[in-house]
Ligand binder design. Structure first.
Ligand code: ADP
Ligand code: MG
Length: 461
Protein backbone atom coordinates (compact mmCIF):
# COMPACT_ATOMS: atom_id res chain seq x y z
CA UNK A 1 0.00 0.00 0.00
CA UNK A 2 2.88 2.34 0.82
CA UNK A 3 4.22 1.89 -2.71
CA UNK A 4 0.83 2.60 -4.22
CA UNK A 5 0.50 5.80 -2.23
CA UNK A 6 3.99 6.92 -3.18
CA UNK A 7 3.30 6.14 -6.81
CA UNK A 8 0.05 8.04 -6.74
CA UNK A 9 1.45 10.94 -4.73
CA UNK A 10 1.72 13.30 -7.72
CA UNK A 11 -1.93 12.61 -8.61
CA UNK A 12 -2.96 13.08 -5.01
CA UNK A 13 -1.21 16.45 -4.97
CA UNK A 14 -2.86 17.53 -8.22
CA UNK A 15 -6.22 16.49 -6.89
CA UNK A 16 -5.64 18.38 -3.66
CA UNK A 17 -4.60 21.56 -5.39
CA UNK A 18 -7.44 21.59 -7.89
CA UNK A 19 -10.24 20.22 -5.80
CA UNK A 20 -9.65 22.51 -2.85
CA UNK A 21 -8.45 25.46 -4.85
CA UNK A 22 -5.19 25.94 -2.97
CA UNK A 23 -3.12 28.94 -4.09
CA UNK A 24 0.38 28.41 -5.51
CA UNK A 25 2.18 29.88 -2.59
CA UNK A 26 0.16 28.00 0.02
CA UNK A 27 0.60 24.81 -1.94
CA UNK A 28 4.37 25.28 -2.04
CA UNK A 29 4.60 26.18 1.62
CA UNK A 30 2.34 23.60 3.21
CA UNK A 31 1.65 20.75 0.83
CA UNK A 32 4.67 20.18 -1.43
CA UNK A 33 7.14 19.70 1.44
CA UNK A 34 5.08 16.78 2.85
CA UNK A 35 6.80 13.39 2.51
CA UNK A 36 5.13 10.02 2.59
CA UNK A 37 6.88 8.22 5.45
CA UNK A 38 5.19 4.95 6.38
CA UNK A 39 2.02 2.91 6.27
CA UNK A 40 1.28 0.45 9.06
CA UNK A 41 -2.00 -0.91 10.41
CA UNK A 42 -3.85 1.41 8.11
CA UNK A 43 -2.05 4.44 9.57
CA UNK A 44 -0.38 6.57 6.96
CA UNK A 45 2.31 8.90 8.30
CA UNK A 46 3.34 12.03 6.45
CA UNK A 47 6.32 14.10 7.49
CA UNK A 48 6.42 17.88 7.38
CA UNK A 49 10.16 18.61 7.21
CA UNK A 50 11.90 21.52 8.90
CA UNK A 51 13.07 21.78 12.48
CA UNK A 52 11.50 25.11 13.17
CA UNK A 53 8.14 24.38 11.67
CA UNK A 54 6.15 23.39 14.72
CA UNK A 55 3.89 26.35 14.16
CA UNK A 56 3.59 25.28 10.53
CA UNK A 57 2.58 21.80 11.51
CA UNK A 58 -0.17 23.07 13.79
CA UNK A 59 -1.42 25.15 10.96
CA UNK A 60 -1.49 22.26 8.48
CA UNK A 61 -3.39 20.13 10.98
CA UNK A 62 -5.97 22.83 11.39
CA UNK A 63 -6.39 23.96 7.83
CA UNK A 64 -5.38 21.12 5.49
CA UNK A 65 -5.62 17.85 7.42
CA UNK A 66 -9.07 16.93 6.13
CA UNK A 67 -8.33 18.03 2.58
CA UNK A 68 -5.21 15.87 2.49
CA UNK A 69 -7.03 12.89 3.93
CA UNK A 70 -9.83 13.18 1.42
CA UNK A 71 -7.41 13.56 -1.49
CA UNK A 72 -5.54 10.40 -0.48
CA UNK A 73 -8.69 8.35 0.14
CA UNK A 74 -10.22 9.42 -3.15
CA UNK A 75 -7.13 8.38 -5.05
CA UNK A 76 -6.45 5.03 -3.39
CA UNK A 77 -10.09 4.12 -2.90
CA UNK A 78 -9.66 3.28 0.74
CA UNK A 79 -10.19 4.94 4.09
CA UNK A 80 -7.06 5.49 6.12
CA UNK A 81 -5.97 7.00 9.39
CA UNK A 82 -3.72 9.93 8.67
CA UNK A 83 -0.92 11.24 10.87
CA UNK A 84 1.10 14.31 9.96
CA UNK A 85 4.18 14.85 12.04
CA UNK A 86 7.61 16.47 12.23
CA UNK A 87 10.71 14.46 11.30
CA UNK A 88 13.07 12.99 13.88
CA UNK A 89 16.11 13.77 11.85
CA UNK A 90 15.93 17.16 10.33
CA UNK A 91 15.93 17.69 6.65
CA UNK A 92 15.58 21.40 6.30
CA UNK A 93 15.64 21.89 2.63
CA UNK A 94 13.56 24.79 1.56
CA UNK A 95 11.84 24.38 -1.72
CA UNK A 96 12.75 27.25 -3.91
CA UNK A 97 9.89 29.49 -4.85
CA UNK A 98 9.31 30.54 -8.37
CA UNK A 99 7.70 33.79 -9.22
CA UNK A 100 3.98 33.28 -9.16
CA UNK A 101 2.24 34.09 -12.37
CA UNK A 102 0.59 37.39 -11.83
CA UNK A 103 -2.43 38.40 -13.72
CA UNK A 104 -2.41 42.11 -14.20
CA UNK A 105 -5.84 42.85 -13.03
CA UNK A 106 -6.95 46.46 -13.07
CA UNK A 107 -9.31 46.17 -10.15
CA UNK A 108 -6.71 44.37 -8.13
CA UNK A 109 -4.20 47.10 -8.93
CA UNK A 110 -6.67 49.68 -7.71
CA UNK A 111 -7.40 47.81 -4.54
CA UNK A 112 -3.67 47.52 -3.88
CA UNK A 113 -3.30 51.27 -4.27
CA UNK A 114 -6.30 52.03 -2.10
CA UNK A 115 -4.85 49.78 0.55
CA UNK A 116 -1.59 51.78 0.46
CA UNK A 117 0.31 48.68 -0.56
CA UNK A 118 3.20 48.20 -2.94
CA UNK A 119 2.54 45.21 -5.18
CA UNK A 120 6.21 44.26 -5.33
CA UNK A 121 6.12 42.92 -1.80
CA UNK A 122 4.81 39.40 -2.06
CA UNK A 123 5.46 36.06 -0.39
CA UNK A 124 6.78 34.82 -3.71
CA UNK A 125 9.59 37.33 -3.79
CA UNK A 126 10.45 36.73 -0.13
CA UNK A 127 13.34 34.33 0.39
CA UNK A 128 12.83 32.06 3.37
CA UNK A 129 15.81 31.18 5.54
CA UNK A 130 16.44 30.09 9.09
CA UNK A 131 16.47 33.77 10.10
CA UNK A 132 12.88 34.45 9.07
CA UNK A 133 11.07 31.16 8.54
CA UNK A 134 8.78 31.39 11.55
CA UNK A 135 7.88 34.97 10.68
CA UNK A 136 7.12 33.94 7.09
CA UNK A 137 5.07 30.89 8.02
CA UNK A 138 2.97 32.75 10.55
CA UNK A 139 2.49 35.72 8.22
CA UNK A 140 1.27 33.42 5.50
CA UNK A 141 -1.08 31.71 7.94
CA UNK A 142 -2.45 35.11 8.99
CA UNK A 143 -2.90 36.02 5.33
CA UNK A 144 -4.70 32.80 4.52
CA UNK A 145 -7.06 32.95 7.48
CA UNK A 146 -7.22 36.57 8.61
CA UNK A 147 -8.26 36.99 12.22
CA UNK A 148 -8.39 33.27 12.89
CA UNK A 149 -4.88 32.20 13.72
CA UNK A 150 -2.60 34.77 15.26
CA UNK A 151 -4.19 37.98 16.36
CA UNK A 152 -2.46 40.30 16.54
CA UNK A 153 0.63 39.11 14.73
CA UNK A 154 3.60 41.10 15.96
CA UNK A 155 6.77 40.91 13.84
CA UNK A 156 9.95 42.48 15.14
CA UNK A 157 13.57 42.74 14.02
CA UNK A 158 16.36 45.10 13.01
CA UNK A 159 16.50 47.52 10.12
CA UNK A 160 16.38 46.20 6.56
CA UNK A 161 15.56 42.62 7.51
CA UNK A 162 12.26 42.28 5.66
CA UNK A 163 9.55 43.43 8.08
CA UNK A 164 7.92 45.81 5.63
CA UNK A 165 8.22 43.20 2.92
CA UNK A 166 6.41 40.62 5.04
CA UNK A 167 3.65 42.81 6.42
CA UNK A 168 2.89 44.09 2.93
CA UNK A 169 2.95 40.55 1.56
CA UNK A 170 0.14 39.72 3.95
CA UNK A 171 -1.93 42.55 2.53
CA UNK A 172 -1.20 41.69 -1.08
CA UNK A 173 -1.99 38.05 -0.51
CA UNK A 174 -5.34 38.81 1.10
CA UNK A 175 -6.32 41.16 -1.73
CA UNK A 176 -5.31 38.70 -4.42
CA UNK A 177 -7.23 35.84 -2.84
CA UNK A 178 -10.34 37.49 -1.55
CA UNK A 179 -12.06 39.90 -3.92
CA UNK A 180 -14.16 41.34 -1.10
CA UNK A 181 -11.49 41.79 1.52
CA UNK A 182 -10.64 45.23 2.78
CA UNK A 183 -7.02 45.78 3.70
CA UNK A 184 -5.31 48.89 5.00
CA UNK A 185 -1.58 49.36 5.36
CA UNK A 186 -0.12 52.35 7.16
CA UNK A 187 3.13 53.29 8.74
CA UNK A 188 2.92 54.38 12.33
CA UNK A 189 4.38 57.68 11.26
CA UNK A 190 1.64 58.29 8.77
CA UNK A 191 -1.00 57.29 11.28
CA UNK A 192 0.48 59.65 13.85
CA UNK A 193 0.42 62.52 11.37
CA UNK A 194 -3.22 61.88 10.66
CA UNK A 195 -3.97 61.93 14.37
CA UNK A 196 -2.07 65.18 14.82
CA UNK A 197 -3.86 66.79 11.89
CA UNK A 198 -7.24 65.77 13.19
CA UNK A 199 -7.04 65.91 16.92
CA UNK A 200 -3.79 67.42 18.01
CA UNK A 201 -4.24 71.00 16.97
CA UNK A 202 -7.01 72.65 18.94
CA UNK A 203 -7.04 75.74 16.81
CA UNK A 204 -7.55 73.65 13.76
CA UNK A 205 -11.29 73.41 13.32
CA UNK A 206 -11.63 69.78 12.49
CA UNK A 207 -15.23 68.84 12.14
CA UNK A 208 -16.65 65.95 14.06
CA UNK A 209 -17.36 64.29 10.72
CA UNK A 210 -13.70 64.27 9.83
CA UNK A 211 -12.88 62.49 13.06
CA UNK A 212 -15.63 59.97 12.51
CA UNK A 213 -14.44 59.42 8.97
CA UNK A 214 -10.88 58.84 10.15
CA UNK A 215 -11.98 56.27 12.71
CA UNK A 216 -14.29 54.58 10.25
CA UNK A 217 -11.47 54.22 7.77
CA UNK A 218 -9.45 52.15 10.20
CA UNK A 219 -12.36 50.26 11.73
CA UNK A 220 -13.90 49.25 8.47
CA UNK A 221 -11.25 46.79 7.41
CA UNK A 222 -10.68 43.06 7.51
CA UNK A 223 -6.93 43.40 7.82
CA UNK A 224 -5.09 46.33 9.40
CA UNK A 225 -1.34 46.46 8.92
CA UNK A 226 0.66 48.96 10.98
CA UNK A 227 4.37 49.15 10.16
CA UNK A 228 7.03 50.39 12.63
CA UNK A 229 4.70 50.68 15.59
CA UNK A 230 7.67 51.61 17.82
CA UNK A 231 7.10 55.21 16.72
CA UNK A 232 4.00 55.58 18.91
CA UNK A 233 6.30 55.80 21.87
CA UNK A 234 5.37 58.88 23.98
CA UNK A 235 2.52 59.87 21.66
CA UNK A 236 -0.49 59.69 23.90
CA UNK A 237 -3.24 60.64 21.49
CA UNK A 238 -1.99 58.21 18.88
CA UNK A 239 -1.80 55.45 21.46
CA UNK A 240 -5.36 56.18 22.51
CA UNK A 241 -6.63 55.99 18.93
CA UNK A 242 -4.74 52.78 18.19
CA UNK A 243 -5.98 51.23 21.41
CA UNK A 244 -9.59 51.91 20.50
CA UNK A 245 -9.26 50.83 16.90
CA UNK A 246 -7.46 47.70 18.04
CA UNK A 247 -10.18 46.72 20.50
CA UNK A 248 -12.87 47.28 17.96
CA UNK A 249 -11.17 45.21 15.27
CA UNK A 250 -10.15 42.49 17.67
CA UNK A 251 -13.69 42.03 18.88
CA UNK A 252 -14.83 41.67 15.30
CA UNK A 253 -12.12 39.04 14.69
CA UNK A 254 -10.37 41.19 12.14
CA UNK A 255 -6.68 40.60 11.54
CA UNK A 256 -4.20 43.09 12.96
CA UNK A 257 -0.48 42.96 12.19
CA UNK A 258 2.24 45.14 13.67
CA UNK A 259 5.92 45.39 12.95
CA UNK A 260 8.47 46.94 15.23
CA UNK A 261 12.20 47.21 15.66
CA UNK A 262 11.98 45.58 19.07
CA UNK A 263 9.75 43.26 21.03
CA UNK A 264 6.76 44.67 22.95
CA UNK A 265 8.41 44.29 26.36
CA UNK A 266 11.37 46.40 25.27
CA UNK A 267 9.25 49.27 23.96
CA UNK A 268 9.40 52.35 26.08
CA UNK A 269 6.95 55.20 26.51
CA UNK A 270 3.97 53.02 25.68
CA UNK A 271 1.03 52.35 27.97
CA UNK A 272 0.96 48.92 29.56
CA UNK A 273 -2.51 48.19 28.28
CA UNK A 274 -1.25 48.60 24.73
CA UNK A 275 1.84 46.46 25.34
CA UNK A 276 -0.53 43.79 26.67
CA UNK A 277 -2.54 43.97 23.47
CA UNK A 278 0.59 43.59 21.36
CA UNK A 279 1.46 40.44 23.25
CA UNK A 280 -2.02 39.03 23.12
CA UNK A 281 -1.47 37.07 19.90
CA UNK A 282 1.82 35.85 18.53
CA UNK A 283 5.17 37.63 18.59
CA UNK A 284 7.77 36.50 16.05
CA UNK A 285 11.19 37.85 15.20
CA UNK A 286 13.45 38.16 12.16
CA UNK A 287 17.22 37.90 12.54
CA UNK A 288 20.11 38.71 10.28
CA UNK A 289 20.20 36.38 7.29
CA UNK A 290 22.85 33.68 7.42
CA UNK A 291 25.25 33.04 4.56
CA UNK A 292 22.99 30.62 2.66
CA UNK A 293 20.04 32.96 2.88
CA UNK A 294 22.14 35.91 1.74
CA UNK A 295 23.23 33.89 -1.28
CA UNK A 296 19.64 32.86 -2.01
CA UNK A 297 18.44 36.46 -1.76
CA UNK A 298 21.19 37.64 -4.10
CA UNK A 299 20.39 34.93 -6.62
CA UNK A 300 16.71 35.72 -6.53
CA UNK A 301 17.26 39.43 -6.87
CA UNK A 302 19.78 38.96 -9.73
CA UNK A 303 17.38 36.63 -11.49
CA UNK A 304 14.62 39.17 -11.04
CA UNK A 305 16.83 41.82 -12.64
CA UNK A 306 17.60 39.42 -15.51
CA UNK A 307 21.18 38.52 -14.59
CA UNK A 308 22.95 35.27 -13.88
CA UNK A 309 26.06 36.10 -11.95
CA UNK A 310 29.17 34.10 -11.21
CA UNK A 311 29.11 32.27 -7.93
CA UNK A 312 32.34 34.08 -6.94
CA UNK A 313 30.72 37.49 -7.37
CA UNK A 314 27.72 36.49 -5.29
CA UNK A 315 29.97 34.99 -2.63
CA UNK A 316 32.01 38.15 -2.48
CA UNK A 317 28.89 40.24 -1.86
CA UNK A 318 27.41 37.73 0.58
CA UNK A 319 30.63 37.65 2.58
CA UNK A 320 31.00 41.38 2.81
CA UNK A 321 27.45 42.55 3.41
CA UNK A 322 26.12 40.64 6.33
CA UNK A 323 24.16 43.12 8.38
CA UNK A 324 20.91 43.40 6.49
CA UNK A 325 19.10 42.66 3.29
CA UNK A 326 18.75 46.24 2.17
CA UNK A 327 22.52 46.62 2.13
CA UNK A 328 22.89 43.33 0.32
CA UNK A 329 20.45 44.36 -2.40
CA UNK A 330 22.08 47.79 -2.68
CA UNK A 331 25.48 46.23 -3.32
CA UNK A 332 24.14 43.98 -6.01
CA UNK A 333 22.42 46.87 -7.79
CA UNK A 334 25.60 48.86 -7.55
CA UNK A 335 27.69 46.11 -9.15
CA UNK A 336 25.17 45.80 -11.97
CA UNK A 337 25.07 49.52 -12.69
CA UNK A 338 28.85 49.67 -12.53
CA UNK A 339 29.08 47.06 -15.28
CA UNK A 340 26.56 48.99 -17.37
CA UNK A 341 28.53 52.22 -17.04
CA UNK A 342 31.82 50.53 -17.78
CA UNK A 343 30.25 48.35 -20.46
CA UNK A 344 32.02 45.27 -19.20
CA UNK A 345 31.00 41.88 -17.89
CA UNK A 346 30.38 41.37 -14.24
CA UNK A 347 33.52 39.75 -12.88
CA UNK A 348 34.86 39.41 -9.38
CA UNK A 349 37.32 42.23 -10.03
CA UNK A 350 34.59 44.51 -11.24
CA UNK A 351 32.52 43.73 -8.14
CA UNK A 352 35.48 44.51 -5.89
CA UNK A 353 36.01 47.73 -7.75
CA UNK A 354 32.37 48.74 -7.52
CA UNK A 355 32.07 48.02 -3.82
CA UNK A 356 35.52 49.09 -2.79
CA UNK A 357 34.51 52.19 -0.90
CA UNK A 358 31.61 50.47 0.85
CA UNK A 359 33.84 47.82 2.31
CA UNK A 360 35.99 49.05 5.14
CA UNK A 361 39.68 48.47 4.35
CA UNK A 362 40.13 45.46 6.55
CA UNK A 363 36.56 44.26 6.40
CA UNK A 364 37.36 41.82 3.65
CA UNK A 365 40.09 40.12 5.64
CA UNK A 366 38.31 40.33 8.93
CA UNK A 367 37.12 36.86 9.62
CA UNK A 368 35.83 36.21 13.10
CA UNK A 369 35.27 32.99 14.97
CA UNK A 370 31.60 33.96 15.20
CA UNK A 371 31.37 34.09 11.38
CA UNK A 372 33.03 30.72 11.13
CA UNK A 373 30.76 29.10 13.69
CA UNK A 374 27.81 30.58 11.84
CA UNK A 375 28.89 29.07 8.54
CA UNK A 376 29.64 25.67 10.02
CA UNK A 377 26.26 25.62 11.76
CA UNK A 378 24.70 26.51 8.46
CA UNK A 379 26.48 23.85 6.49
CA UNK A 380 25.67 21.11 8.98
CA UNK A 381 22.13 22.33 9.50
CA UNK A 382 22.50 22.57 13.25
CA UNK A 383 22.13 25.56 15.49
CA UNK A 384 24.94 27.77 16.72
CA UNK A 385 23.82 27.10 20.28
CA UNK A 386 24.28 23.36 19.74
CA UNK A 387 27.80 23.90 18.44
CA UNK A 388 28.62 26.14 21.37
CA UNK A 389 27.39 23.66 23.94
CA UNK A 390 28.59 20.71 25.93
CA UNK A 391 26.42 18.29 23.94
CA UNK A 392 28.42 15.18 23.15
CA UNK A 393 26.63 13.53 20.23
CA UNK A 394 28.65 13.11 17.03
CA UNK A 395 26.20 15.27 15.18
CA UNK A 396 27.60 18.20 17.19
CA UNK A 397 31.14 17.18 18.15
CA UNK A 398 32.43 16.96 14.57
CA UNK A 399 31.12 20.38 13.45
CA UNK A 400 32.44 21.75 16.75
CA UNK A 401 35.91 20.36 16.03
CA UNK A 402 35.72 21.74 12.49
CA UNK A 403 35.09 25.14 14.06
CA UNK A 404 38.18 24.66 16.24
CA UNK A 405 40.20 23.82 13.18
CA UNK A 406 38.95 26.70 11.03
CA UNK A 407 39.09 29.30 13.82
CA UNK A 408 42.67 28.35 14.45
CA UNK A 409 43.55 28.55 10.74
CA UNK A 410 41.70 31.75 9.93
CA UNK A 411 41.70 33.92 13.03
CA UNK A 412 44.19 35.41 15.41
CA UNK A 413 42.15 34.33 18.42
CA UNK A 414 44.02 32.35 21.02
CA UNK A 415 43.11 28.75 21.77
CA UNK A 416 41.70 29.92 25.08
CA UNK A 417 39.44 32.43 23.36
CA UNK A 418 38.23 29.78 20.93
CA UNK A 419 37.65 27.38 23.82
CA UNK A 420 35.57 29.98 25.62
CA UNK A 421 33.34 30.53 22.58
CA UNK A 422 32.80 26.83 22.07
CA UNK A 423 32.07 26.23 25.77
CA UNK A 424 35.17 24.16 26.35
CA UNK A 425 37.09 24.30 29.60
CA UNK A 426 40.53 24.92 28.22
CA UNK A 427 42.75 25.29 25.21
CA UNK A 428 43.85 21.64 25.21
CA UNK A 429 40.46 20.54 23.89
CA UNK A 430 40.74 23.02 21.03
CA UNK A 431 44.23 21.89 20.21
CA UNK A 432 43.04 18.28 20.23
CA UNK A 433 40.10 19.11 17.97
CA UNK A 434 42.33 20.98 15.55
CA UNK A 435 44.76 18.06 15.22
CA UNK A 436 42.00 15.52 14.93
CA UNK A 437 40.35 17.30 11.99
CA UNK A 438 43.68 17.96 10.32
CA UNK A 439 44.50 14.25 10.38
CA UNK A 440 40.99 13.09 9.52
CA UNK A 441 40.96 15.25 6.39
CA UNK A 442 43.89 13.31 4.99
CA UNK A 443 41.97 10.06 5.22
CA UNK A 444 38.43 11.17 4.61
CA UNK A 445 37.81 12.85 1.24
CA UNK A 446 34.22 13.72 2.01
CA UNK A 447 35.27 15.54 5.19
CA UNK A 448 37.99 17.30 3.23
CA UNK A 449 35.46 18.29 0.61
CA UNK A 450 33.08 19.80 3.11
CA UNK A 451 35.91 21.69 4.79
CA UNK A 452 37.05 22.96 1.39
CA UNK A 453 33.56 24.32 0.79
CA UNK A 454 33.71 26.09 4.13
CA UNK A 455 37.15 27.49 3.34
CA UNK A 456 35.80 28.89 0.10
CA UNK A 457 32.98 30.55 1.94
CA UNK A 458 35.32 31.99 4.54
CA UNK A 459 37.78 33.25 2.00
CA UNK A 460 36.46 33.14 -1.56
CA UNK A 461 39.59 34.49 -3.15
P1 ADP B 1 12.57 46.42 7.21
O1 ADP B 1 11.15 46.85 7.04
O2 ADP B 1 12.71 45.27 8.16
O3 ADP B 1 13.49 47.53 7.55
P2 ADP B 1 12.39 45.83 4.39
O4 ADP B 1 11.19 44.95 4.41
O5 ADP B 1 12.20 47.22 3.91
O6 ADP B 1 13.09 45.84 5.82
O7 ADP B 1 13.53 45.10 3.54
C1 ADP B 1 14.60 45.78 2.94
C2 ADP B 1 14.80 45.27 1.53
O8 ADP B 1 15.23 43.94 1.56
C3 ADP B 1 13.52 45.29 0.73
O9 ADP B 1 13.82 45.62 -0.59
C4 ADP B 1 13.04 43.85 0.80
O10 ADP B 1 12.29 43.50 -0.34
C5 ADP B 1 14.33 43.09 0.88
N1 ADP B 1 14.21 41.85 1.64
C6 ADP B 1 14.28 41.72 2.99
N2 ADP B 1 14.18 40.44 3.35
C7 ADP B 1 14.04 39.74 2.21
C8 ADP B 1 13.88 38.35 1.94
N3 ADP B 1 13.86 37.43 2.89
N4 ADP B 1 13.75 38.00 0.64
C9 ADP B 1 13.79 38.90 -0.34
N5 ADP B 1 13.94 40.22 -0.15
C10 ADP B 1 14.06 40.64 1.12
MG1 MG C 1 10.29 48.73 7.25
Amino acid sequence: MLDTIKEKWPEILDFLKLEFDITDVSFKTWILPLKVESYENNVLTLIFPGETKNTGLNYIQKKYYHFIKIAIEENIDKEIDLVITLPNIEDVEESSTDLMEEHENITLENRIKESNLDKKYTFDSFVVGSNNDIAQVTSLAAAESPGEMYNPLFIYGGVGLGKTHLIQSIGNFVLANDPDAKVLYTTCENFTNEVIDLLGNKKNKTSQEDIIEFRQKYRNVDVLLIDDIQFISNKDRTQEEIFNIYNDLFMKHKQIVFTSDRKPKDMEGIEDRLINRFEQGLTVDIHNPDYETRMAILKKKAEFLGYTLDEAVLQFIANNFTANVRELEGSLTRVISFSKIKRTDITLDLAKDALNDLISPNHEEKITCENIIDMVADQYQISVSDICSTKKSKEFTIPRQICMYLCRVYTEDTLDQIALLLKKDNHATVSYGYNKIKKAMEKDPSLKNSIDILKKKISPN
